[in-house]
Every structure is written in structure tokens, then in C-alpha cells.
Design a protein around this ligand. Structure first.
Ligand SMILES: [Zn+2]
Length: 306
């Protein structure tokens, strides 16, 4: 029962409003971790920690279904009996769901230097090769901590590896997916995803197989949605494109790394590095952490879709 003493000192209209609290009941909801969405009988009430006020409680106790939702955690559910005037508290320990990347083999390819290019650079001198390496190593650590097995195509930032060899490293590891990290030199801002949409030919070899084309296409959509879930409002999404839309792909049919790939493969242009805003974003520690989170979300979304 709420006290009306404070309200008594206020205007008469306010007194009646606050004393109507006699019909109310409340439940103080806390959770670990905090930030879970709280639903009562299916209606969103706020994020934990939060005191849910039931304004239509009756003298007879009635059951209310409390549900908590937090991404990456199992839904939490409890029936709570409430009568008018009751104030209760619940503490929910949320159970973390196993990461979708756990047990997966992921090949991370920090783009450049290769036979084609040392990579682009931004207007303020930020090097694509350096950014690709920084993001790749941070993503590697994040994925390994989540139980994934990670194969890198380079062992040091300036190691020169051909695009064919990079594909072979993913093939030899039997990777579930290969993600090739790059930064674009283009107009506009934001991130885009490329996948092999048809076969190409390089060094007399035609590839990839149709299964790789299909698997890469199937990966691109969920991966893109995962990235969007983190980057929306921060970095523009520039779409999903076929390798055939790239300069090299338009001539060869597909990117060299795709032609030799025997596993699903995506090329992610993380930012437009030639844009000063994108350059500043990806050069900052916060921007790099956000990009790692976005790539992780892309992988979680992809493996969660299988
Ligand atoms: Zn590149």
C-alpha cells in the first residue's frame, strides 16, 4: 500500500490521483545482466532494472506472466501472483546461450599485401593494410574467446600472401566460412559485402563450384543483417553485391580468392577509407571495437541461420 502522506500536502486533485494507487501493485525487476526487455502478459514494460507498476490489480490475487528477453541469453519466464497493494521484487539470473560461432572454423583473411595491391589509404594517411590487420586480430581474439577455431591467412601485418594462397589456406583448414576484410576506395560512405555470384577463370582454373556460389550467396544475407544490427545509425549500409560487380570480377568473372575457394566466402569492404569520416571512424579504438562487434554479429547471424 502506498502512502498518501506526501500527496496530502499537495493539491486535492493530486491527492486523489496518487491515492488511486490503492488499486496498484508493483514488481521491482532486476536481472543479471541488466538491460533485458521486460514483458508482462506480452506487453513491453521497460528494461531491467525497472519497477513494473500494475495499475489494475484487484483485491483477489491474479497471475501475471513476466518474461525477460536479452539477445544472446535464454528467455526468462515467471508467473507472479499479485493483488492490489502488493509490492514484490524478483531477481532473474539470465542464462547465456551458446554462441552460434562456437565449434565453427572461421578463416579470417586480412586483405593485402598480395600480388595485386598493397591496399588503399585514407586522405589522412590511414593504411588499409594496417586497419585490415588490426580488425582481423581483434576479431580473431573475440571469436576464439567465444569457442570458435580461427585460421588466419597471414601471420604478420606485412606478410605478402597471394590471393590464390589465401583461398588455399581456408580450403586446407576446411573452414566453414572465409571472410576477407578490406576497406574500399570509392565515393560515399559505409560497408558493403561481395560474394562470388558466378564462376571466373584465373591461371587456367575455373571456379568456384556452384555449391560455393550458393553457399556464399546464402551467407551474404544473414551476415549483412547481423552487421546492420550493430552498425545501423553509425555507418551506412552499401548493399550486397556479386564479385562480378568489382573491377577484377568484371574481367575474370569472380575475384581471384573466390575462384580458388572451396568454402563459402565473403569479401567485406568495412568502410570507404578514401572518405575522411569513414577513415576517422575506423582509425579510432571505438570504431574498431564496433566493427569487430558488427563482424561477430554477422557471423552469429550466419551460423544461426543454418
Ligand atoms: Zn583491399
Amino acid at each position: 500500500m502506498r502512502t498518501c502522506i506526501a500527496a496530502m500536502l499537495a493539491a486535492a486533485a493530486l491527492v486523489s490521483a496518487i491515492c488511486a494507487a490503492a488499486d496498484e501493485a508493483s514488481v521491482a525487476v532486476t536481472s543479471h545482466p541488466a538491460g533485458a526487455k521486460i514483458y508482462v502478459n506480452g506487453y513491453f514494460k521497460g528494461r531491467s532494472p525497472h519497477t513494473v507498476v500494475i495499475s489494475s490489480a484487484t483485491a483477489e490475487p491474479a497471475a501475471y506472466r513476466f518474461t525477460l528477453h536479452l539477445p544472446g541469453f535464454a528467455p526468462w519466464d515467471m508467473q507472479i501472483e499479485l493483488a492490489a497493494g502488493q509490492n514484490k521484487a524478483v531477481y532473474a539470473t539470465l542464462e547465456r546461450l551458446p554462441a552460434a560461432v562456437a565449434g565453427r572454423t572461421i578463416c579470417i583473411d586480412p586483405g593485402h599485401p598480395s600480388e595485386t595491391s598493397a591496399g588503399t589509404s585514407g586522405p589522412n594517411g590511414v593504411s588499409e593494410n594496417h586497419i585490415n590487420w588490426l580488425i582481423a586480430t581483434q576479431l580473431r581474439d573475440d571469436l576464439q574467446a567465444a569457442g570458435a577455431s580461427v585460421v588466419m591467412t597471414k601471420q604478420s601485418e606485412n606478410e605478402h600472401v597471394t590471393n590464390r594462397r589465401r583461398a588455399e589456406i581456408a580450403n586446407e583448414a576446411g573452414a566453414d566460412i572465409m571472410i576477407r576484410l578490406h576497406c574500399d576506395a570509392a565515393s560515399g560512405r559505409g560497408y558493403s559485402i561481395y560474394y562470388p555470384d558466378r564462376q571466373g577463370t584465373k591461371y587456367g582454373v575455373t571456379g568456384p563450384d556452384q555449391a560455393v556460389i550458393d553457399g556464399s550467396r546464402a551467407a551474404a544475407g544473414p551476415f549483412y543483417e547481423g552487421m546492420k544490427s550493430v552498425l545501423a545509425g553509425t555507418l551506412p549500409a552499401r548493399g550486397i553485391h556479386g564479385d562480378s560487380a568489382t573491377y577484377v570480377g568484371s574481367r575474370q568473372g569472380a575475384l581471384t580468392g573466390s575462384i580458388f575457394s572451396q568454402v563459402p566466402t565473403l569479401t567485406i569492404e568495412m568502410v570507404v577509407l578514401t572518405n575522411a569520416e569513414d577513415e576517422a571512424f575506423i582509425d579510432s579504438a571505438a570504431g574498431q571495437a564496433t566493427m569487430v562487434e558488427a563482424l561477430r554479429a554477422g557471423l552469429e547471424s550466419y551460423f544461426g541461420s543454418l
